[in-house]
Design a protein. Sequence first.
Lengths: 306, 274
Amino acid sequence: MRDRFIQTLCQLAEKDPRIMLITGDLGFAVLDDYRRRFPKQFINAGVAEQNMTLVATGMALEGHVVFTYSIGNFPTLRCLEMIRNDSAYHGANVKVVSIGGGFSYGQLGISHHATEDLAIMRSLPEVTSVSPTSLGEVTEATKAITLTAGTCFLRLDKDKGPDGPADEPFVLGRPRLLRKGSDVAFFTTGGILSEVVKAADQLALAGINASIYSVHTIKPIEPDRFIQAARSHRAVVTVEEHTIHGGLGGLVLETLADAGSFPAKFLRIGLDGCFSSVVGTQGYLRTVYRMDAASIVQRTQSLLSS
Amino acid sequence: MNSIPSMDTVDLAKRVRIHALHMTSTGGSSHIGAAFSIADILAVLYGQIMRHDPKQPSWAGRDRFILSKGHAGAAVYATLAEVGYFPTKQLKLHYQDGSVLSGHVSHKGIHGVELSTGSLGHGLGVGTGMAKALKLAGQDQRVFVLMSDGECDEGTIWEAALFAQHHSLENLVAIVDYNKIQSLAPIAETIALEPFRQKWESFNWSVVEADGHDHNSLVKALCTLPAKSGRPTVIIAHTVKGKGVSFMENTVLWHYRTARGEEFNLALAELEKS
C-alpha cells in the first residue's frame, strides 16, 4: 500500500506544487523516486515526529498541503496533541500518513503494532480518517484527502488487500459494497479485507452467504449502509486489525444504536482489550488473535448458530 | 502597504499591563505575573518592530507572531486591542462565559492571533514551519515566537531548534521571556536551564541577550535581524515576573494569584503612576 501511496503522491505532486512530503527519517528506498523528482517538495525532519507535525502545521498554514510520513504509532499517537491542537484545530492541510497499520510490523514488537490508532484518531473533531482495504482504494484515498480541506489521517497496511475490480466508486465516507449476500454482513477496514474475502468464500461453501463492505473511511461516515445491512442480514460482523474498542466495531455499533437499528446478532472481531505482545508475521498474529480467515469462519458460524 | 507602526511603546506597555490587570481580576484568572513579564516585549514588537496591519489581519506581507506561552494570552489580547485589531471594550469579556477571549490565547473569532496555544512547546515548531514555507517562497516576512523559560523544559523546543538551524531559517526569531521563575519554584530549583546562552549557541543559533523591560535594549536586539546571516536568532530577554507591580515582582505566588480588593487597587495605582 505504501508504494501505491507514493506512486499516487508523485502524480499529484507533479501537478500541485503545494504538496510537501515530510518524513520522520523513514522510507529508505521507498521514497527515492519522490525525492529524486520533487526535491523541493520533500523534507526529512529527522527522528522528531512531534516537530515534524508542528512544522507541517506551520507550512500548511502558509499554504502547503503537507503529508507527514512515518510508521505505526509514531506519526499519530506520539503526535496526538500536535495533531489535535495545532493541525486539526487550525484546519491545517496536514495529511498524517501512517504505514504499518495493525500487525504490519508484527515481528518488531508492541511498539510497532498500530492497534489503537483508528479509535484515537476517530475521536478527533474535524479529522478525516481513512483506512483503505485495497490498492485501488489507496489511490482513491490519497487523491481524496489531498482535495479534502483540513487535517486527514491515512492508515496504510502491509497487506495490500485483495485484487479485483471495484464495482462501486470510491466516495469518502461511504462504505463500498464489495459482495452481496443475505446471511451475514461483514464490515471491514484495512488490508484484513483479504481475510474476510477468504472467509466469505469458505462460508459460501457451507451455504452461508455473506455481504462484504469496505469501510475505507472511518470518519466521516454515512450511516445508511450499516442500517440497511442490520435490517437485511441475520448477523453483522466487524473485522479490524485493531482493538475492538472504539475502532470500526465501535463505529458500527454507535451508528446503529444512534439510528435505533439493532442487528439480530452482532460480533466484533479484532484485538480484544489486550496488548499484542506475541511476535510474528502479520498472518501469524491474525491467527493468534483469532482474526484470520479460518477464525472468522468459525466465529461467524458460532454466531449464526447461537 | 502598511509596515512598521510607530508609537510610544512605553505607554503601550503600561496600557497593556493595566488591561491585563483588569482582565485577570474581572475574570478571576491566573498568570498576571506572566502577562506583566512580556508586556514590554509585546509593546516593542507591535509598536515598533513588526510589519503588520490591524485593518488587514491576514495581509500576506505581515510578520508572523506566535505566543507559545499561551497562558500569558491576556497581554496579547490587550496588545492587539490597543493597536487596533478589535475594540478595547471587548477585553472585558476575557474569561467570561461564551467569550472568544479564552485564558490561553486562541485564534477563533479573534483577528491578529496566528496560533492558538496553551500546551507548551508547540509554538516554536509551528513557527519553524511557517518560516520554512516563507523562505521557500522567497518571502522576507519574519516569524517571531515568544516562549517562556520553563517552556524550554519541553523536548519539542529543542527538536525545533535543531530543525531551524539545519534549514538556516534566518527569518525565525525566538524570544525567551527569561524571568527565571516557573510554575512551582525558580527555574534553578526546578530544571536548571543554565548555561542557557551556550545551549542555544551549541544548537547553532545566534544569541542576543537583552533587558526585556528596557525598550531601547529590546529595539536594539530586534532591529538588526538576523543577528547572524543564515542562522535563526534567539533573543534571551531577561525579565522580571510580575514586572510593574512591586509586590508581584519575582514571586511564584503571582503566577497563579488573582488581584482582588485592596491588592487590585494597589496594583492599579502603581501601574497608573508608572
